[in-house]
Design a protein around this ligand. Sequence first.
Ligand code: PLP
Length: 411
Amino acid sequence: MSQSLQDEYIKKESLFGAKNYAPLSVVLDRGEGAHLWDVDGNKYLDMVSAYSAVSHGHSHPELVKTIQEQANKLAITSRAFYTEPFGGFLEELSKSTGFENILTMNTGAEAVETAIKAARRWGYHTKGIKEDMAEIIVADGNFHGRTTTIVGFSSEKSYKDGFGPFSGGFIEAKYCWSECGMDESIKSFESKINKNTCAILIEPIQGEAGIRVPEEGWLRKIRDLCTDNNVLLILDEIQSGLGRTGKLFAYEHDNIKPDGLILGKALGGAMLPISAFLSSKEVMNHFNAGSHGSTFGGNPLATKVASRALQLLHEDNLIENSAVLGEYFKSRLQSIDNKIIKDVRGKGLWIGMELNESEVNAKDLCLMLLNEGLLCKETHKTVIRFAPPLMISKDDLDWAIKKITKVIRAT
Ligand SMILES: *Cc1c(COP(=O)(O)O)cnc(C)c1O
């Protein structure tokens, strides 16, 4: 029955669903911790974690309990009223991050849109930029979501092809990556700054682009550039944040602080979507009633779960686990000696393995790993991203390393 049952679900999805994804041929049914099971009961180790949204592990018992209790009590109210979970969440997130004010949304893209709005209002009302002239500098290779405004400043053709016209006000500079060294990248950003620049919006490590880790010290130079020019530094840590890189936020590796921070993904404790834009009162006070909103943003169910998820990040030692096991995992992957591997890089439990294109296709390797019980996904044809839940055990990781080594040797 096995394959036929799975085929039936797969057929249904492709018959009735839009084809904006190309999933691996496995139909998932159940998750627990770092593991997932398909509808036939086959067990897999999750190395995707829903693109880093599953840091706490699947169906964390504490979060299941929290969501059940809150769902029984009060789930959705809109922001026309006050609720107890919302205030509690804001306080919890502000205290644990040091940002004064928070605006909650649901998906990552919405929080990015919120950051764009905040930066522009600050630009007009505080910096004194002339109406409709504000510019935001972004990096090549960026990924900030899928709304038309956001894909409009993507450098990835497939994200924007046929979706124009796009909104203006975004200028692209060179990320510090590959042949673009630190000095050239900083010069590129510097040359795009003018009196209309309100913000630089970047990912401290580019996830979707293939776990691109910039040279050490780059982010600090970007920070200085922003400070010297009265420009807001806004970091998109939707994927890199909340322990994924082995620190609460990736910017901590560089000992800096951004003016605005965008969170999402793991913020919802692998239970539901919730995202947020965090900043100072000076920036956030430009939002007044009626200027921005979301029906579901800040709802009691999501904020109750997110509060508990934030506590569990520390109670479950997820950040340290990410740092320690991430370093171990990376060094073990780097020690696999094989001509198909071009580079292994990353921070914490967020590792990109770049393959030599001429030797093997990343998607094919993911299919081979799937056959061994490992769920992985390629990004941009040549990179496999390994991002297990942050609660993964060393034993499970060792098992994964054994399987990865076996599959690479078999190519
Ligand atoms: C996933 C992601 C987003 C978009 O989040 P959605 O919840 O899919 O809208 C934005 N920025 C980064 C860095 C991401 O990884």
